[in-house]
Design a binder for this molecule. Sequence first.
Ligand code: ZN
Length: 295
Amino acid sequence: MLKKEQLISDIKNMGLKSGDMVNVKVSLKAIGKIEGGAKTLIDAILDVIGEDGTLVCDSFNDTICRYTRFIHKNRITNEKTKSYAGAFVNAVLSHPQCYRSTHPLLAFSAIGKKAKEMTEAYTIESEPYGFLEDMANMNAVNLRMGDKVIGVGTTHVAICKHGFQQKYIPNGIYYIDEKGEKRWYEHFWASGCYKGFNMLFPYYREGGAVIKEGKVGNANSMLTSMKKTLEIEMELFEHDGTAFFCKDPGCVNCAFTWKHSVYSYWQSAWVDLKRGDYKRFAFATLEAVFGTWHK
Ligand SMILES: [Zn+2]
């Protein structure tokens, strides 16, 4: 059972320091059993970054399909809606000093010095993932804990800034606007392939973006400079727009669903069929038939 003191020691050893603004991505399962659970990990991070630091996490909301939204017409998202992002994020949301942005879908949450001003500035009008770009510009760091955690926080920013177009089944969210009226907000930007994001680590290492690799509890962890990972991704995608693909010809997230994908739907679907992966074949077919372009 991990205690707070041990976590503080591990996190300091990762290179996180007083005054840091940190984007935290964590798999609690990978860390191991913590005395007091997710709250203890939050307290440990806040202890390390101190009063001048800011802890940020993605507390995004789940979407519903545009075509079947009438079934979910009473599912209205607000600032109190639980995120799909897991136990740590939901513990951050219930922290008494947590602020959450009003963006209906990309709702970032933060605790600490800049929490209030940053979350208030991030609204429905803001650029998708612009919050993370602002963090990169403020020399923030990303602390990822656990091998299954997705990326280092900046890859979505680079994909959106390059204007890559992706096809997927349109989806969105119902929310209440400032006049108290119910509105539909649609996801309009490209996403990415999560397996592909974690294949970019060698580039971060080579490019000097990794501050430290080590362990927090049992979790393989990495502290990166968001400014540097974003710079590396911007340059890499400029030369190779397929760099964030996972290279699996059967992958619905990248094989044929981008304007610059290297396979066709038929090639990708055939790979799924040959593997006997009928579920993925069905999903690929739905994406090909009902998907619309997003950027
Ligand atoms: Zn993929």
